[in-house]
Design a protein around this ligand. Structure first.
Ligand SMILES: [Zn+2]
Length: 281
């Protein structure tokens, strides 16, 4: 979908953040994609169907509780301590997307999963996938430890306006829906920050059962990898690099004796941007 530049009237390219003619800033292309009338209408219809399914299963109360959990939701990712240390001590304090790191030779990926991952992530965010940082929707109790034991929670004011959610991991999503090119992506599977409730409703309304506990509901929002079953969560695609000051808190296990100095250093750096490093209770 093309939009017109508010300043000079030229067409703003769907993959660009700014107008190429006058360089005026517009909006993040991932957010614009999630905000199209086609996507929003499809999402709304899926959410209505799921709501009906929840009601039929006698789980309307569980659905309300699930949606209540989103009120204080944030965006997070997990990393290990060495990555956090590197981030804190880079001169620009910027965390760049995975594909950006790959193309700069900072990452190598000699396996089939990662080769396919490049293609699939490009299908979801065509021509700007390099700009995307992959996070997850977090309601406080989740953790995605396969990416590292430390959970990094971002200020919603720093990332909420530049996020588009996808209902699950882009890799498994593209495999499941046999997405070969970007136009194959079924509509109604992504949402902006403000529409996160509709996306959660659409994805999970149909699997709710009466009597589910908060822990059960939390596991529907994020389930860690178990043996051959991949992790499942609402994937958050944040456009652009993440500055250290976008962090609200980092939490994780206490450091080992070998890591103590690195941990203290990360904590001191975080303090300079008003963020905290906490040990999990
Ligand atoms: Zn313009």
């Amino acid at each position: 979908m093309t939009i017109r530049c508010k300043v000079c009237g030229a067409d703003v390219h769907p993959y660009e953040y700014s107008c190429v003619r006058c360089m005026s800033a517009h909006d993040f292309p991932n957010v614009r994609k999630a905000r199209t009338a086609r996507e929003r209408e499809a999402l709304r219809i899926r959410a209505i169907k799921s709501r009906r399914a929840a009601k039929k299963a006698g789980a309307s109360v569980e659905l309300s509780r699930l949606l209540d959990m989103l009120t204080d939701a944030t965006i997070a990712f997990n990393r290990d301590l060495a990555v956090l240390f590197d981030w804190c001590h880079r001169p620009d304090q910027m965390f760049k997307g995975w594909l950006e790191q790959v193309s700069n030779g900072r990452r190598i990926f000699p396996d089939e999963f990662n080769d396919a991952r490049v293609a699939f992530e490009h299908n979801v965010n065509p021509n700007f996938s390099k700009e995307i940082n992959f996070c997850y929707l977090d309601t406080g109790t989740q953790n995605l430890t396969e990416y590292g034991p430390y959970k990094v929670k971002f200020h919603s004011k720093a990332v909420g306006h530049r996020v588009a959610f996808l209902e699950t991991n882009a890799y498994y999503f593209c495999r499941q829906h046999k997405v070969v090119v970007p136009s194959d992506i079924p509509a109604g599977r992504r949402a902006t920050w403000n529409d996160r409730g509709l996306l959660v409703e659409a994805k999970l309304g149909g699997v709710l059962r009466q009597g589910m506990s908060d822990a059960d509901l939390g596991k529907l929002l994020l389930r860690e990898r178990f043996q051959e079953d991949p992790a499942d969560f609402i994937e958050a695609h944040v456009y652009g690099a993440l500055h250290l000051s976008a962090i609200e808190t980092i939490s994780g296990p206490p450091p080992s004796a070998d890591d103590e100095a690195m941990w203290q250093s990360v904590r001191a750096k975080l303090r300079t941007v008003g963020a905290k490093l906490e040990i999990d209770p």
